[in-house]
Design a protein around this ligand. Sequence first.
Ligand code: PGA
Ligand code: ZN
Length: 399
Amino acid sequence: LIRSVSLRRVLDSRGNSTVEADVLTESGGFGRAAAPSGASTGEYEAIELPTGEAIAAARQHAVPRLIGEVHAGNQRDVDAALHAADGTDDFSEIGANSAVAISMAAAKAGADVLGAPLYQHLGGTFRGDNFPIPLGNVVGGGEHAKEATHIQEFLAAPVGAPSVSEAVFANAAVHDRIGALLDERGIAAGKGDEGAWAPPIDDATAFELVAEATDDVADDVGFDIGIGLDVAASELYDADDEVYRYGDVERTPAEQVDYIADLVSEYDLAYVEDPVEENDFDGFADLTARVGDRTVLCGDDLFVTNVDRLQRGIDEGAGNAILVKPNQIGTLSDAVDAVELATRNGLQAVVSHRSGETEDATIAHLAVATDAPFIKTGTVGGERTAKLNELIRIAEDAV
Ligand code: PGA
Ligand code: ZN
């Protein structure tokens, strides 16, 4: 049984505070985890409360329901207790940030009691030829960097990589190559929240650079590296005027679908996330009918890791993949439910970080445990490499 749950304020990668949880069991098992945080958050996500409020509310409502009551190793019981303590359907009472930190810390404590790696405890067996392909953010802007690209993320997608380690290093090489190309053109660039280059260039130039860098690196490493996007279209959408704004360029919802379909053809895109805004199931379905057989079309803000919204997408043919962010829904059980519903219906799961992260590496284990075909967790920077290096260790069974 759980003996104690401690909650504290710690730093995230943006310098904001977030919730960290420690779970200790009566038999001496220990787990620690921290909540990530989004910037381009979806309208339908579970609620993140201010850190202090989330900690106070969880101490009052959730901790008493866990201590001496629940086995850390029984994730469904832990997560049911969190839901019961909260009492709402969006974790607005104890905060999804407290909930997800406790849920993940309990999972780690449960694994510790069993003496098993977390990915095994959560239900997976790692097969060497079946690792999640890491999608690596190499250039971006949107809500993650000012005065940079309109499209939020340009991703390296090393679809042909023979191992997770080679994929991870290929993404880093693409990031490095883009840095060199920017340098050659005399473009000074900082980095966005996820470590991607955030140069003051338009989206067309970004496509040019990413295409050149992925081709160069693919030649070097000898396997295929595609291009992916997170358009994060909700952030570009002006609901009053019903247009997408790319600076001075406006696109109607119909033009947006045409634009994305054209990009898929022109750049042979391997992956496109949130190509239309989060309420436009019709547009998403239209795009899926047009190019869904050629590319991964993933719903992030559209689905928010929520099985009800995912079921609607399945019913309406909107998308063929779901982004899975445990803090969007509040617990690991809910996140696993979303993966399982997706998988049963032929959709692919993409386990994902947030723009605000910590050194917590739980999502690397979650991706392996659920046999997710993709993981999106950046390319460089300590809070990103925490997950990527953990994937390398898991592949080696050295965790
Ligand atoms: P967020 O961005 O963590 O700021 O929401 C990541 C994403 O949109 O995938
Ligand atoms: Zn996204």
